[in-house]
Design a protein around this ligand. Sequence first.
Ligand code: ATP
Ligand code: MG
Length: 482
Amino acid sequence: MTDALQNLWTAYEAAAATGGALCARGGDPDRWTAEEWAAGGVSIDTRTLKPGDIFVALRDARDGHEFLKNAFEAGATAALVAHAPEDAPEGAPLLVVGDTLEGLRDLALAARTRNFGKRIAVTGSAGKTSTKEILRAVLGAAGSVHAADKSFNNHWGVPLTLARLPMRADFGVFEIGMNHPGEITPLTGLVRPHAAIVTTVAAAHLEFFSSLEEIAEAKAEIFTGLAPGGVAVLPRDNDFFELLKTRAGEAGAASFVSFGETDGADFQLLEYAAEGAGARLKVKIKGEIRAFSVGVPGRHQALNMLAALAAADAVGAPLGPAIDTLADIAPAEGRGARTSFPVYGGEATLIDESYNANPASMAAAIGLLGASAPAPGGRRIAVLGEMLELGPQAPALHANLSKALVAARVDRVYAAGQLMRHLWDALPPQMRGLYAGDAVGLVGPVCDAVAAGDIVMVKGSNASKVSAVARALKDSVKKDED
Ligand SMILES: Nc1ncnc2c1ncn2[C@@H]1O[C@H](COP(=O)(O)OP(=O)(O)OP(=O)(O)O)[C@@H](O)[C@H]1O
Ligand SMILES: [Mg+2]
């Protein structure tokens, strides 16, 4: 490949895209000199910046302009700035624009326009990152795929991911999230997806919405950005399927494709069975029955896979090779990964779901624990932190988990945080392991309580810090190996 193709942005391309001024700070503060450069990537964070990146000085929690020196020390090729601070290193190439977030969006738009691949956007109350990672795998069988390594789904994460889209990528996958109505519209308008997926609509961020229907309306915004001829990928089992379909039609979707367990879904899950660390699926895809093994467990993940296959098919990726990749995928960190760890007299299994939680993903994770059989003599143990951002319904949503835990034949529940008190009080007494005010209080008792053959599932919102329990259990693996 020539340098021109390896470089993501040359100085002049970036200047043309943003309308910014190329300059560098000389010895004389009033003198500016244009510099020519070529960057291999785009970064907004000096801690993860790679040598050769353009550093975009965003004003967010902190002002990125304060970190220009660090950025160049870390090897930045140039910086996109709104002004040159006094401590901007001398001679460091700058691209000065009126507003750096606007500048990042301009780069994103230019990256999209010069790429002739297909773009897929994913939103939903849960499963966005999981589906993005599944898409990375299934599309990889058909061409080169660009997707963010992290859950970059907000007002800067989406433009950042798009600004990094290589000119020659065959596919781009974009996770789009929201906390408020109206947030998805500008992001999907920037991405202009050829296929847009809504994974599910469920209670999440209820604090900012008065009803689930409002959440569905907000998710449906994703269809407003569809490119001409674009396909809407819809969750057939969801209460808001019809609403989503109507909104997709109004937004100009050229066609619809559905996934789910409900009869009539175009990509239908017929049977799910746990198999090793993953699962075996029987599905009906556009009338044809297929059975195959997948590397990630959970009925919810199987549905994410069907959503991904539907979208991949919609953008022209052949299904056979796409399905073949599913055997080799692994759960993303904190989203169902399994680890065995030594305990007195044998081994126990951790299902790490600690990345985040809302009622939909909590129900899915409890289902996953229910579908996993402990070794002889072992128990199903749920370690639960609070689900946050649920507004006034939060206590009831926590108490309600009791039914799912009973249905999943969970033996012991360890719960932390004020809201989990509502679950604790609702639990049948024989299921109560321990309640603690915060997750740290569970670490020691859970580590002590786990016995040979147990399966421990850890789940809670990020801020509940329940991941500390998962970490402690995993650390016991490391200690043993040392
Ligand atoms: N379709 C689904 N339904 C319910 N729960 C799911 C689904 N897919 C994934 N989950 C669970 O939800 C949690 C979060 O998964 P994931 O990171 O994929 O979601 P996300 O939508 O990207 O979340 P975030 O909004 O935090 O970015 C994980 O515990 C995962 O196992
Ligand atoms: Mg995510």
